[in-house]
Design a protein around this ligand. Structure first.
Ligand code: SF4
Ligand code: SF4
Ligand code: SF4
Ligand code: FES
Length: 571
């Protein structure tokens, strides 16, 4: 351990700790912008300068503590220096806070408040003219807001292994942009949105579909319905000052009804449908010598990644559409038929924890008999904005239940939102379908939790089935290499593009603490354990859907509507 003094207070921390982390231990928050607790040290912004024993300025985020060190974080010299750095950043920053996506949740704005800087106190604002990159359907990059911290490039390279962003130019001219000065859609970007989650300011955000949805609601010729993904209900409350992991299904349904959606349905229902199709596809591959391991296909960030980086592995992907798209397909066919509404008059909205879902919904192959499965996708953050824009007191609104017929879902559908959830849901159904016996214990603890790669072996009818669960594309790359080299003995692999699965998706509220994702995950398991039906094949609405409309699982009609194909996407 190392002993040091920060602002006249003794502190003891492990060797290798940085000054910024040591100060945090005694509740001193040194200003920072490029520093992120989950990332490597970058030292780009210089706002964290503090004074050492010799009156010299050192960067608190990159300087490690040493025995007997004395640090001052709050002298006039330090305050003036930090404020000067902040003013330099602001001088080249487009300060249109009122129009900004991050207004009220911006690290730069927080620092302005701390240093008592208002827009008016700045003599000169010399924002360089920058194009806004909004040429794709998921993510917008506004370079006039970028403070050149480098966090986006770090997460894209170190966590997602996509590595499309890099620092260009030298000295004060450097900036973080897609390599070779391309637009995002011209790169291998998978639209996972993880760069949005680490950006301290409003320089990256989702492309909003709120206006499109409100226009559809106002159109009396349209029947506007909405589905809500599993992970949204345990995170949107954070945007209304509720604790992470607060379960707000009832408040979401009630709010959406007030906004004007005709029916509010549950994506957990179509997650059950995905499990039936995926489960039967797995059984078919095992019994008829199909390509193994089979890999899940419900995470569009992962699909974009494998199309761009693993064309040779496309045959391993399940052909199932994701729950979002399966819901859309059923809404434009079975549901349209039942209500006697032409599919062109049904406008299907999804509320998703994911920016890549916008890209997925826009794929030309994602249609049912010529009608797009899903018409518009809102992220969890957009849902929060939509509810606020309507003046709804979300935390206190009376709760309402999902509508029939797609409001009934099993607990297995709920856990889809957590890494390991699809695998656990599939194992519950595949085991019981193949053995014709009830599982004594429905929980598969080995595939739960935040470990990057999890493994389990399940004995089904005397055969050991080895499975793996992977989240984050950097981890996916490791498993892809094992499969390529023939070293993998897995039968089934779940891969989610984002860390933690959908609970950590790029469209989720920006996590304020490290524990946030775990709390959201725990809430999904609570929903599961409180459900009457906990396995997808026992969901009565799913049983009825096959009886009345789809016929056999994995049958012809199901294949036409609920399955898809993939293609290489090398740029
Ligand atoms: S990034 Fe922050 S400081 Fe800049 S305009 Fe947006 S809210 Fe204001
Ligand atoms: S969306 Fe994902 S892949 Fe694209 S730049 Fe951001 S982190 Fe990289
Ligand atoms: S876009 Fe955001 S995360 Fe990336 S360098 Fe700019 S401010 Fe930092
Ligand atoms: S936070 Fe230390 S240099 Fe940016």
């Amino acid at each position: 351990m190392v002993n040091l003094i920060i602002d006249n207070k003794e502190v003891q921390v492990p060797k290798g700790t940085t000054i910024i982390e040591a100060a945090k231990k005694i509740h001193i928050k040194i200003p920072s912008l490029c520093h992120h607790p989950d990332q490597t040290v970058k030292g780009n912004c210089r706002i964290c300068l503090v004074e050492n024993d010799w009156g010299k300025l050192v960067a608190a985020c990159s300087t490690k503590v040493s025995e007997g060190m004395k640090i001052k974080t709050n002298t006039k010299f330090v305050r003036d220096t930090q404020k000067g750095v902040l003013e330099l950043i602001l001088a080249n920053h487009n300060q249109d806070c009122l129009k900004c996506d991050r207004n009220g949740n911006c690290e730069l704005q927080d620092l302005c408040e701390r240093f008592n800087i208002s827009n008016n106190s700045l003599d000169e604002n010399i924002v360089e003219a920058h194009e806004i990159d909004d040429f794709n359907c998921s993510i917008v990059r506004d370079y006039s807001k970028c403070i050149k911290c480098g966090r986006c490039a770090d997460v894209c390279r170190e966590v997602q292994n996509v590595d499309v962003l890099a620092a260009t130019n030298r000295g004060a001219e450097y900036e973080f942009i897609p390599r070779f000065d391309r637009k995002l859609h011209e790169t291998e970007c998978v639209f996972c949105g993880q760069c949005i989650k680490v950006c301290p300011v409003g320089a990256i955000y989702e492309k909003s579909s709120i206006d499109q949805v409100l226009t559809a609601i106002d159109d009396e010729a349209l029947h506007v319905i909405v589905q809500i993904a599993p992970a949204v209900r345990v995170s949107v409350g954070e945007l209304f000052n509720l604790e992470p992991g607060s379960i707000t299904e009832g408040q979401i349904v009630s709010s959406l009804k007030r906004i004007g959606f005709e029916r509010v349905f549950d994506t957990n229902f179509s997650a059950d449908l995905t499990i039936i199709e995926e489960g039967y596809e797995l059984i078919d591959r095992i019994t008829n010598g199909g390509k193994l391991p089979m890999i899940t296909s419900c995470s569009p960030g992962w699909i974009n990644y494998v199309e761009g980086h693993g064309e040779d592995l496309l045959g391993h992907l399940s052909t199932c559409k994701s729950p979002q798209q399966m819901f859309g397909a059923i809404s434009k066919t079975y549901y349209a038929e039942k209500l006697g509404i032409h599919p062109s008059k049904i406008f299907t909205v999804s509320i998703m924890p994911c920016t890549a879902k916008k890209f997925e919904a826009n794929r030309e192959e994602m249609n049912s008999y010529g009608f797009p499965d899903v018409d518009a996708v809102l992220t969890t953050r957009e849902l929060g904005r939509l509810i606020k824009s309507q003046g709804i007191d979300f935390a206190n609104v009376e709760e309402e239940a999902f509508d029939a017929p797609f409001g009934i879902a099993s607990g297995a559908g709920a856990i889809f939102g957590a890494s390991g959830g699809v695998m656990e849901a599939a194992l519950r159904s595949v085991y019981e379908i193949l053995t014709k016996q009830e599982l004594e214990k429905l929980e598969f603890e080995e595939v739960r939790g935040m470990q990057g790669i999890k493994e389990a072996t399940v004995n089904i009818n005397g055969n050991d089935i080895k499975v793996a669960v992977v989240h984050g594309l950097g981890n996916a790359k490791k498993v892809m290499e094992e499969i390529r080299e023939g070293k993998s003995d897995y039968t089934f692999v779940e891969i989610m593009g984002c860390t933690g699965g959908c609970i950590g998706g790029g469209g989720q509220p920006i996590e304020k603490t490290k524990e946030t994702k775990q709390k959201r995950m725990n809430a999904l398991y609570t929903i599961d354990s409180n459900k009457e039906h906990r396995s997808s094949h026992k969901n009565p609405t799913i049983i009825k859907l096959y009886e009345e409309f789809l016929g056999e699982p994995n049958g012809h009609k199901a294949h036409v509507l609920l399955h898809t194909t993939y293609k290489g996407r090398k740029l």
